[in-house]
Write a protein that binds this ligand. Structure first.
Ligand code: BTN
Length: 242
C-alpha cells in the first residue's frame, strides 16, 4: 500500500511533493486540509474549501508519460464509479481532464513534471469537490461546480475518496495510454461540440472531432484538421464553460 501523508496546511500539495521529490518513493501521496496557494491549470489559483479533497501523487519515472493526465482523469472516474455507483455512467471528462457530472465540474487535475537527471517524475495534483453545498458554490461564484455529495446524496469522507483515487491512479499509471484509449474517448464530452481553444490571450474557434492516439484533441475549422495538446490550453464551449 502506498503511503498517504495527511497535512493540516501547506501552500500547495503539488509544491510539497516537488520540494521533496528526490527523497520520496514512487506513489507517495500527500493531502492537505488547507492550501494557502493552491494552483489550477494555466496559472489560475485554486481555492481549497471545507469539503474539498486536495491531494497529490508522486509518480517516479512512470512507464508511459504520454497522456498521463488523461489516465489520471480516468482513475478519478474509476474511483467515482466504485464509490458512487449511480454516477458511474454520468462521469464525463472535459478534455483533457476536468471531471464533469450533470454539467458541473466535480474535479480538476494539474499534472506537472519534474526532471531529475534522466528521469521524468510526474506530480499529479487532484482537487475533488466532495461535500460542499450548492449554497457554498453560489456564494463564491463557482456556478459550474458541484460536489459529489449533492449529485449523489452520499456523504463519504475525503480520506476514503483519497485512498480509492490513489489505488486507481496506481493501476492507471502502469497502463499504456493505448490500452485505455477507447475508454478515455468514450468519457470525453467535447467530441462533436463547437469549442473555443484558449492559449494565453489567443482564442480559436473550431469543432472538436476526435481524440488522437497520443491523447491530443483533434479539432477542425475552415482551414482543416489540427491537433491540440493539453499543455497550456483550455477548451471552452461557445457560450460558456461547457
Ligand atoms: C484545474 O482544474 O485547474 C486543476 C486544479 C488542480 C487542483 C489541485 S488541488 C491539489 C493540487 N495542489 C494544487 O495546488 N493544485 C492541485
Amino acid at each position: 500500500m502506498s503511503e498517504i501523508i495527511f497535512l493540516k496546511e501547506t501552500s500547495s500539495t503539488n509544491d510539497w511533493l516537488r520540494n521533496r521529490c528526490e527523497s520520496l518513493s514512487d506513489m507517495t501521496c500527500v493531502t492537505a486540509e488547507r492550501q494557502t496557494s493552491g494552483r489550477g491549470r494555466r496559472g489560475h489559483s485554486w481555492e481549497t474549501s471545507n469539503g474539498m479533497l486536495a491531494m497529490s501523487v508522486l509518480l517516479k519515472d512512470p512507464p508511459d508519460v504520454s497522456a498521463l493526465t488523461a489516465r489520471v482523469g480516468l482513475a478519478v472516474c474509476d474511483a467515482v464509479s466504485e464509490l458512487y455507483s449511480m454516477l458511474s455512467e454520468k462521469a464525463g471528462i472535459k478534455w483533457p481532464n476536468d471531471i464533469i457530472i450533470e454539467n458541473h465540474k466535480v474535479c480538476g487535475i494539474l499534472c506537472e513534471s519534474v526532471k531529475i537527471g534522466d528521469c521524468i517524475n510526474v506530480i499529479c495534483g487532484i482537487g475533488v469537490n466532495v461535500s460542499q453545498s450548492e449554497e457554498y458554490f453560489r456564494s463564491v461564484g463557482l456556478l459550474n461546480a458541484a460536489s459529489l455529495k449533492t449529485l449523489s446524496g452520499i456523504e463519504l469522507s475525503e480520506k476514503k475518496l483519497c485512498e480509492t483515487i490513489l489505488e486507481k491512479v496506481s493501476i492507471r499509471a502502469k497502463e499504456m495510454f493505448c490500452a485505455c484509449y477507447g475508454e478515455y474517448k468514450n468519457r470525453v464530452i467535447n467530441i462533436g461540440r463547437e469549442v473555443r481553444i484558449l492559449h494565453g490571450d489567443n482564442e480559436r474557434r473550431a469543432t472538436a472531432v476526435d481524440i488522437a492516439q497520443n491523447g491530443c484533441l483533434i479539432c477542425e475549422d475552415e482551414s482543416g484538421r489540427f491537433e491540440v495538446s493539453s499543455g497550456e490550453v483550455s477548451i471552452r464551449g461557445i457560450e460558456g464553460y461547457l
